[in-house]
Design a protein around this ligand. Structure first.
Ligand code: AMP
Ligand code: TRP
Length: 339
């Protein structure tokens, strides 16, 4: 009798844990083109390669949003926006900051290693102090410590954000460095990850696109609204006549075309040679943005019609993170002599 040898099974490799990333986004109600090009595109891409944790930071938003109904509504809207734009709850963890109270506890502990002078030097804090001197709550000062805690609690090493968060991340690193020096190495110093569009200018072509400035393109808004916002964009201010050659390198509309279509060179050439006018280029951009985000717009409407589904995803996300957050807190409490 012959014994047939079966081919030996291929060695099964233990699944490698994926490196962990974290990012937070304020429940600001609308998602604008700057959010997507500057950060959310990376959230979506990185969820495939990393263990990705994404947080809707309602504690942070309390520094400026004081209406409970508005807070609840915007939190849902932000969750629906992120899911509509491609976050997959099977691939990443999406949750609301206040659903994991460990964030607030770790923040307090980290405040005790943070010199006030670092916080007073934060550019966003200095800006607020100048613009609204009579409305400076303590949360605005402590904001970066909470942000440091958000990242540290999951020991994330990479943080996808837009360039406007560079200073906050620098302070986060300094805070965890101060903690590690005093109590022993506990947290990694997390690095920012930027997209190809780390700073997206608003429709004014001068300032960063931002809801508070009112220069946004609301990608999940109605096609009419998008059209109006794109048509209001400031182009090359030195191009006066339709026949004047344009300077695509300083034209915000032209620069945005880079992300919508594979004919960017041609579009730039059209402006440079005055073959196309600014209005043509804007109309084309509006049409492309509307088309690009059409499926997301549909998914957003569907999700918003089923709020229980959104809430379920957020609750499951917070539950999934509980053991991780609690393990870090146990370690930190022990290191600090609290148990
Ligand atoms: P926020 O709405 O301020 O919580 O921002 C959410 C994310 O979008 C953060 O990672 C920001 O850095 C990013 N972001 C916001 N505005 C812009 C912009 N105009 N250009 C690039 N990234 C941005
Ligand atoms: N400050 C960030 C913003 O305004 C939001 C944020 C809070 C965040 N915690 C974070 C971003 C942790 C990255 C990591 O956009």
């Amino acid at each position: 009798m012959t014994t047939e040898l079966l081919p030996s099974p291929a060695p099964v490799e233990a699944p490698q844990p994926r490196p962990r990333i974290f990012s937070g986004i304020q429940p600001s109600g609308i998602v604008h083109l700057g959010n997507d090009l500057g950060a959310i595109r990376n959230y979506v891409m990185l969820q495939w390669e990393y263990e990705a944790i994404y947080c809707i930071v309602d504690y942070h938003a309390l520094t400026s949003t004081h209406d409970p109904a508005v807070m609840r509504q915007r939190t849902r809207e932000m969750a629906a926006s992120l899911l509509a734009l491609g976050l997959d709850p099977e691939r990443c963890t999406l949750f609301v900051q206040s659903h994991r109270p460990e964030h607030a506890e770790l923040m307090w502990l980290l405040t005790t290693v943070t010199p006030v002078s670092w916080l007073e030097r934060t550019p966003t804090y200095k800006e607020k102090k100048q613009n609204q001197p009579d409305d400076i709550n303590h949360g605005l000062l402590t904001y970066p410590v909470l942000q440091a805690a958000d990242i540290a609690i999951y020991k994330a090493g990479l943080v996808p954000v837009g360039k406007d968060q560079a200073a906050h991340l620098e302070i986060s690193r300094e805070i965890v460095r101060a903690f590690n020096n005093r109590y022993g190495v506990t947290f990694p110093e997390a690095e920012a990850v930027y997209t190809e569009a780390p700073v997206v200018l608003g429709t004014d072509g001068v300032r960063k696109m931002s809801k508070s400035v009112g220069n946004t393109i609301e990608i999940l808004g109605s096609p009419d609204e998008i059209c109006k916002q794109v048509m209001s964009m400031v182009t090359d201010t030195k191009r006066i006549l339709r026949t004047d050659p344009g300077r695509p390198e300083v034209c915000n509309v032209c620069q945005m075309h880079r992300f919508f279509g594979d004919d960017w060179e041609e579009i730039q050439d059209g402006e440079r040679t005055a073959r196309t006018g600014c209005v043509d280029t804007k109309k084309l951009l509006a049409a492309r943005i509307i088309e690009h985000y059409a499926p997301a717009r549909e998914r957003y409407a569907e999700l918003m019609a089923h709020p229980a589904e959104i809430d379920g995803i957020l609750e499951a996300g917070a539950d999934r993170l509980k053991p991780l957050a609690q393990a870090t807190m146990d370690e930190v409490r022990t290191k600090m002599g609290l148990r």
